[in-house]
Design a protein around this ligand. Structure first.
Ligand code: ZN
Length: 100
């Protein structure tokens, strides 16, 4: 019966250790703010979240961010387009309208 008692004490010790580890982990988790859902790690500011000025595409009316737009300088102003085809359409509307 001595062996059984030692075995029981060993199992008890393992369970208690696991329980303490679980509680400690829970406390650390609740104390640390989680920035992105359940993803943990160093806090980083996403570059995509920085506000970008929006420009209206004069051809199709889509609002496009200045850093990803296809720009076309006309005189003193810069026009922003959502795509290359919109730029082409703006430059030569008659040619594209004719179906060339
Ligand atoms: Zn467009």
């Amino acid at each position: 019966m001595k062996l059984f008692a030692r075995f029981f004490r060993y199992i008890f010790g393992v369970v208690v250790t696991a329980a303490i580890a679980w509680v400690v982990r829970k406390v650390i988790q609740s104390a640390t703010p989680v920035p992105n859902g359940s993803r943990r790690g160093p806090v980083r500011v996403e570059p995509a979240s920085t506000p970008q000025e929006l420009f209206r595409d004069p051809v199709c009316g889509t609002y496009v961010a200045g850093n990803i737009s296809h720009s076309l300088v006309q005189g003193s102003e810069t026009l922003h387009f959502c795509s290359r085809s919109c730029v082409d359409q703006y430059r030569a509307p008659d040619k594209l309208a004719a179906g060339a």
